[in-house]
Design a protein around this ligand. Structure first.
Ligand code: GLC
Length: 773
């Protein structure tokens, strides 16, 4: 009698495996490169729009060997043995992941957990969030361990602290608003993205654990022999992505969980924020100063004080008289308004949002079925049960209040959810689509569900691509919202975090991400603010934000030379804005982010694997910001190939370090030889309808570039309303062609600069082509 059996099922691409002890495992082949392994004895949880990729009709060859079974696609072969251990190899037989079959061996085997807790070391042993792995009543802890080799590296995991390579650390997935500085010993932050990219013998693969219960990923902290995932409850459930190139892994993961959608074009412009611009006059003054100082600028953010007593979906009539008219007036000057919204609803009988929610049972209840109350900005507050479709619909309608006032973006904050009177107890009752569960299961997708609701509301009301910023998130939230990295500080340590954090968010599907430029807490010095705007200038969300009670840090506050350097950086950003937009458009198809770690394109380069203070924008632009004080030169590592200094054209051969000058006003920037960048004329704010001229600059002697154009605003592009321009330059010819011509609007003039000579092309409406003049 065989110990293990495998049989196909009626579900597409799914096999059922019966282990020696009768337990059942499922394996689904989604694509040849994506396998899904799960405990088939436990029903699948709701997907909650986390996973969106559907299994394709994929051939797999299945063999039953008695004591193990194999399942092979063209890219991966999975072996499961009779006790359920899983090994996966690629098409050439090279290991992708190999089950760790030994015992867990915590490094300090003499540790007394109680003593360790007392020493505040708790986060580093068997804790996940506030939960010990074994202490959830009735739940089975889940654990999956794979072998680890000395030269393995790890990336992804969303917004975690630390360095680019996550090897050697353990991370927890339990969305947390923790005021501790975001340094590498802070193991959980606002977002939970249980997705990791492994690099083994220079081949990349991915693992994704979609379960929403508190979990951890120990990536070689506990042992040099294995890495593991565990969770306090839920079900064994994970996806394996084949790679072996890292862009393939990112493409596979975002195929599964969704790519970052195309944003409105203005959202790539500069945004100014503060907790808070306290009244209408201050808002108008800040906006006017941006224009007065010729700082390109697209949006101002209103933090909690625009509301009436922190009641969501209200405005304060005294401090912000005639709110709608204020928004309209700013709009005439090209300034959009983004308003904050927190989930906590003030407990205040007579207040419409509270009354409606109570009347319909829209708020979370405690275990005894009573309204659950905690405290947030408005004082005593209640929490919408976003897991229920009807409640998301209600929230979506509530956002009409803002969009009808002309607001262009909604900034969802405090949605872990944060609460001032201790965390919400694990038994707080919430709805999971169609049945009841507790917050232990839904905490990590609370913000995700809030973002889904906000997205639906804004899209239905405005017809535009919703601009939503969220602090907390789960895998898949990238389909609905932009993210920022929460409450950082004006310290050099946190400036150093910008590159690892944003590039890992990018590898985790969140291309549209940013940091509070200048730092949120503490006080920025002129030098720190200057280096921060340089380091962040290609972060898709480009927003300066700071906390109440800290010194102001708008670009003009420190006078010169900060102001002039800040302007120089914003001008660089706006001239290259079409590069970002083109990368976003490509990313909707490939899943690749705008800001990329070097390792994404140079995965077999040992220096690129661990570099923390350089990044790529797309594939061709490399930035090496200064992230330490008192520096006027820095080492720059250039990976393989020929590179040109963006500013001077000086040539460098890659595969080596160079010492380059980096005085305060200089961002070291390099371009891959023989590539093309779009460079648009300078504007004060983004206005796609008026774009009639575009320039391209050839770095080197030849190159190829594809540029995308649409109305920058709505969904008409999904019905073909877009153009694609192909720029080709070789040794003796410069060509500009339209490869897709679906948008009525065309540039009248296109310039292509080659070796300092500008070639000018004019659009001929009658032939629909560009001719050099
Ligand atoms: C939270 C947010 C911060 C905001 C503040 C007040 O700390 O992270 O960005 O300014 O709340 O709303």
């Amino acid at each position: 009698m065989s110990e293990i059996t495998i049989q196909s099922t009626e579900a597409q691409g799914t096999w059922l495996i019966t282990l020696a002890d009768g337990r059942k495992r499922g394996v689904t082949v989604l694509t040849p490169a994506i396998l899904h392994v799960y405990d088939a004895d436990v029903p699948a949880p709701h997907n909650r729009d986390v996973v969106s990729g559907q299994a394709q009709a994929v051939a797999a060859v299945v063999d039953d060997h008695g004591d193990h079974v194999t399942l092979a696609t063209s890219a991966l072969t999975l072996t499961m043995d009779a006790v359920g251990y899983v090994d996966v190899v690629d098409a050439s037989g090279q290991p992708v992941v190999t089950a760790y079959r030994g015992r867990r061996q915590p490094l300090d085997t003499n540790a007394d957990p109680a003593l360790a807790d007392a020493e505040h070391a708790a986060a580093h042993h068997a804790m996940v969030g506030e939960h010990h792995v074994s202490d959830v009543p009735g739940a089975t802890p889940i654990e999956v361990a794979f072998t680890l080799a000395d030269d393995d590296h790890f990336y992804g995991l969303g917004d975690k602290t630390g360095f680019t390579d996550k090897r050697g650390y353990a991370w927890e997935n339990w969305n947390s608003d923790d005021p501790t500085p975001h340094q590498e010993d802070l193991v959980r932050l606002y977002k939970s993205i249980p997705f990791v990219i492994g690099l083994h013998e220079d081949r990349a693969y991915g693992l994704f654990f979609p379960d929403t219960f508190p979990s951890r990923l120990d990536l070689g902290r506990e042992s040099r022999d294995y890495f593991y995932y565990n969770a306090v409850a839920g079900r064994l459930d994970y996806y394996i992505f084949a790679g072996p190139a890292m862009p393939d892994v990112v493409g596979e993961y975002t195929w599964l969980t969704g790519t970052t959608p195309l944003p409105q074009k203005w959202t790539l412009g500069y945004q100014q924020s503060r907790w808070s611009y306290m009244n209408r006059q201050t808002v108008e003054t800040v906006a006017a100063k941006m224009r007065e100082y010729h700082l390109p600028f697209d949006a101002i953010h209103l933090d909690i004080d625009y509301m009436d007593g922190y009641r969501v979906f209200t405005t304060d009539p005294k401090r912000f008289p005639d709110f709608k008219q204020m928004v309209a007036q700013l709009g005439e000057d090209g300034v959009k308004v983004v308003t904050i919204i927190d989930p906590g609803v003030k407990q205040d009988p007579g207040y419409r949002v509270y009354d409606e929610g109570v009347a319909h049972g829209y708020f979370a209840k405690d275990a005894a079925g009573k309204l659950y109350v905690n405290r947030v900005w408005p004082g005593k507050s209640v929490f919408p049960d976003f897991g229920a479709p009807s409640i998301r619909k209600w929230w979506a309608h509530n956002t009409d209040f803002l969009t009808e006032n002309g607001v262009s973006g909604i900034w969802n904050d405090m949605n872990e959810p944060a609460s001032f009177d201790g965390p919400l107890p694990d038994d707080v009752a919430l709805t999971d689509e169609d049945h009841g569960t507790t917050i232990l299961e839904l905490h990590n997708v609370y913000a995700h569900n809030m973002a889904r609701a906000t997205y639906a509301g804004m899209k239905a009301k405005t017809g535009k691509r919703p601009f939503i910023i969220t602090r907390a998130a789960f895998s898949g939230t990238q389909k609905f919202a932009t993210v920022w990295t929460g409450d950082n500080r004006s310290t050099w340590a946190l400036l150093r975090l910008v590159v690892p954090q944003l590039t890992n968010l990018g590898l985790s599907g969140f291309s549209f991400a940013g940091t509070d430029i200048g730092g949120f807490g503490e006080s920025a010095t002129p030098e720190l603010l200057t280096r921060w705007i340089e380091a962040a200038i290609f972060s898709p969300l480009l927003r300066n934000h700071s906390a109440i009670g800290t010194p102001l840090q708008e670009p003009w506050v420190f006078g010169e030379p900060t102001l002039a350097i800040y302007r120089k950086m914003l001008e660089l950003r706006y001239r290259l804005l079409d590069l970002l937009y083109d990368l976003f458009e490509a990313g909707t198809r490939t899943g690749l982010p705008v800001m990329r770690p070097l390792v994404l394109h140079y995965q077999d380069d040992a220096t690129a694997q661990t570099i923390n203070d350089e990044f790529l924008v797309g594939e061709t632009l490399l930035a090496a910001p200064v992230v330490a004080p008192g520096v006027d030169h820095r080492m720059v590592y250039l990976p393989a190939g020929e590179w040109l200094d963006y500013w001077t054209g000086e040539a460098y051969t890659g595969g080596d370090y160079y010492v380059v000058a980096a005085p305060l006003d200089h961002l070291p920037l390099f371009v891959k030889n023989n590539s093309i960048l779009p460079l648009r004329p300078l504007v004060e704010y983004v206005e796609p309808a008026t774009e009639d001229t575009l320039g391209f600059k050839v770095f080197g002697t030849h190159g190829h570039y594809e540029h995308y154009q649409d109305n920058g605003e709505d969904f008409a592009y999904q019905n073909g309303a877009f153009n694609r321009y192909v720029i080709d330059v070789d040794d003796n010819e410069v060509r500009v062609a339209l490869s897709v011509d679906g948008l009525d609007q065309h540039y009248d003039t296109i310039f292509v600069e080659v070796s300092g000579v500008a070639h000018q092309f004019a659009y001929s409406g009658s032939t629909g082509t560009y001719q050099e003049i």
